[in-house]
Design a protein around this ligand. Sequence first.
Ligand SMILES: Cc1cc2nc3c(=O)[nH]c(=O)nc-3n(C[C@H](O)[C@H](O)[C@H](O)COP(=O)(O)O)c2cc1C
Length: 276
Amino acid sequence: MKVLMINGSPRVGGNTSIALAEMEKIFAEEGIESETIQIGAQPIRGCIACGTCRKKGKCVFDDAVNQAAPKFEAADGLVVASPVYYASANGTLVSFLDRLFYSTPFDKRMKVGASVVVARRGGLSATFDELNKYFTIAGMPVTSSQYWNSVHGRLPGEAAQDAEGLQTMRTLARNMVFLMKSIQLGKEAYGIPEREPQDVLWAVRCMALEQEAPSWEAALGPVILRRFQAKLADALYYRYDLARPWPEQLEENLAWLAGERARLEEMQRRLDRKNR
Ligand SMILES: Cc1cc2nc3c(=O)[nH]c(=O)nc-3n(C[C@H](O)[C@H](O)[C@H](O)COP(=O)(O)O)c2cc1C
């Protein structure tokens, strides 16, 4: 089993590294392979919402994000660790995670997540919440510990004095190993849970509302399709869970939407009542 650890700090050997090293020790004891990638000093830009990843299955910016993607795909667990900057995760890490999670089409469900936050004094639990949201939108179970997963320290090395914080890290690593092993057994015994396709009616409803279309057929007219193809492509991308080019899939997508006619008509009736 493998764990990928992302360290958002720019400081090599800083406090976040100390927190992660405490987890690495436990992983090694438990026979779990771990790899840490420290990204904080790299020029990692934010997502520009270009949608290229939809077609290519990887980010248009070929940097640490694309390098980490196959490692994330191969991993059973992901640890994301951040120094707290202004009561938030540090900016480089946020840019990295936005692009990593958004651009990668592989199934992340049941990979185990754990977040680690490190600060001098304040903003730890806000940052903890922020990081956990990457896991919980992706179907990844989140590991907890005996306290919120935080370590205190300001100057590099100070975290080593936070005995309770380090204990929290060891417990976190042990709990994570337990979860990964349990999920492995669960997958063998029961298989991964069935996934329903994402409901795309919201996209159609947006089209109908924005165009004040008299019916859903009108809302799906070619002009509107062109205008709103990005929105619809987004929805369909999630439905098929594949980075497939939009135009090639058009017919198939429309056929599928036609099959949804009953639900669309019900939606139309609701729209009509609302517009009355
Ligand atoms: C730009 C910046 C903002 C910071 N904001 C906070 C903060 O909001 N709360 C806090 O307690 N510490 C804050 N700190 C301190 C760091 O969280 C602290 O030094 C931490 O140990 C850094 O981890 P590292 O050594 O792994 O980089 C900030 C540091 C920097 C550079």
